[in-house]
Design a protein around this ligand. Structure first.
Ligand SMILES: C[S@@+](CC[C@H](N)C(=O)[O-])C[C@H]1O[C@@H](n2cnc3c(N)ncnc32)[C@H](O)[C@@H]1O
Length: 312
């Protein structure tokens, strides 16, 4: 909890103001994110779902050419909508593996522990509730088997592009040569398509962003008036960065118990989330910078999304 308070206070005390997108996912945030994934404008889920539903057999065979008696570790597993296809394909091929879903949301991990054994009889699994790297550290003590790390849903896009190689370098500290990483990258495309995905007509993304202010009110004793903030996404075609902001409609002050007051000017924004869009060469460059070799790329039929397999 103290991390949440400190991170929020630090983010709102810097200029420009920002909040860490990992805090979106309380129980309500998890539910709203499910709605986002199901809304027509949010193409990312359907693209990656198509890759996993159509190509999991091929993917499983590609993986099994390299890995025997291994761990499948999924960072930010969510509800496993996509990875379940791969897990099923691996089980059908009698692969020897244990599945370790990692998620910062306790709700997600407890739900997976109930749902997955029912959906995938015979699956060996252990959920890990916490931050990616803290849980990779914990896993190091549980198993030293070869690893396949899944990082799906374009979650890597939540980091600024300049920070992506550092993320994989850190991940590499928990991997051994020959281990594999499969990352979902959202590719650059028509800007209107991208912007609509973060500004759906039903206002679900707006609710998702405002829910973090509600969470701060509830858990940190703050007094954000969420009617006084507007949801403003923006896409920069040159940099490929899509950013979501909450914009203060008035000059106002927000009080956070245990910390103090935060002042907002009218029109001042809080950056809530970055969603980076990539070109394929940019992803190869990140792999090379971080010490991975791109092995294979899996695309949806429109080539809007790519899951890239890298070897450590
Ligand atoms: C955008 S969802 C993606 C879910 C799933 N991977 C998919 O593609 O459908 C992100 C998930 O990552 C989790 N998450 C976010 N930040 C995290 C962190 N720092 N460590 C562990 N899990 C995190 C969230 O709780 C959420 O379930």
């Amino acid at each position: 909890m103290s991390n949440f308070l400190d991170d929020v206070w630090r983010g709102l005390s810097t200029s420009p103001k920002q909040l860490d997108s990992r805090y979106f996912y309380d129980e309500t945030g998890d539910e709203i994110f499910q709605e986002i994934m199901a809304c027509p404008e949010y193409y990312l889920t359907n693209c990656e779902l198509e890759i996993f539903s159509d190509q999991s057999g091929k993917l499983a065979e590609d993986l099994l050419a390299d890995l025997h008696d291994f761990d499948v570790v999924e960072l930010g597993a969510g509800d496993c909508t996509k990875s379940i296809y791969l897990l099923r394909a691996l089980l059908e091929r009698k692969a020897l593996f244990t599945y370790y879903p990692i998620d910062i949301s306790a709700h997600v991990i407890s739900q997976l522990s109930i749902d997955l054994p029912a959906k995938l009889p015979g699956l060996g699994m252990q959920g890990l509730n916490g931050d990616h790297f803290e849980m990779l550290e914990k896993l190091r003590k549980i198993s030293q088997k070869p690893k396949l790390v899944l990082f799906l849903g374009s979650s890597i896009g939540n980091l600024p592009i300049a920070d992506a190689p550092g993320f994989y370098k850190k991940m590499k500290e928990y991997l051994a040569p020959g281990d594999l990483v499969l990352t979902g990258f959202d590719l650059k495309k028509e800007p209107a398509i991208i912007l609509a995905a973060y500004n759906d007509k039903a206002g679900i993304t707006r609710r998702f962003n405002l829910n973090l202010l509600t969470r701060i009110n509830r858990e940190l004793g703050a007094d954000f008036d969420i009617t006084q903030f507007a949801h403003k996404p923006a896409y920069n075609e040159q940099t490929g960065s899509c950013e979501s902001y909450l914009e203060s409609l008035n000059e106002q002050q927000v009080h956070i118990e245990a910390k103090g007051d935060v002042s907002f000017k009218a029109g001042e924004r809080i950056r809530m989330e970055v969603s980076q869009k990539y070109t394929v060469p940019q992803t190869d460059e990140i792999a090379a910078n971080a010490g991975f070799r791109p092995v294979r790329k899996y695309y949806d039929t429109r080539q809007w999304f790519m899951d890239a397999l890298w070897r450590c």
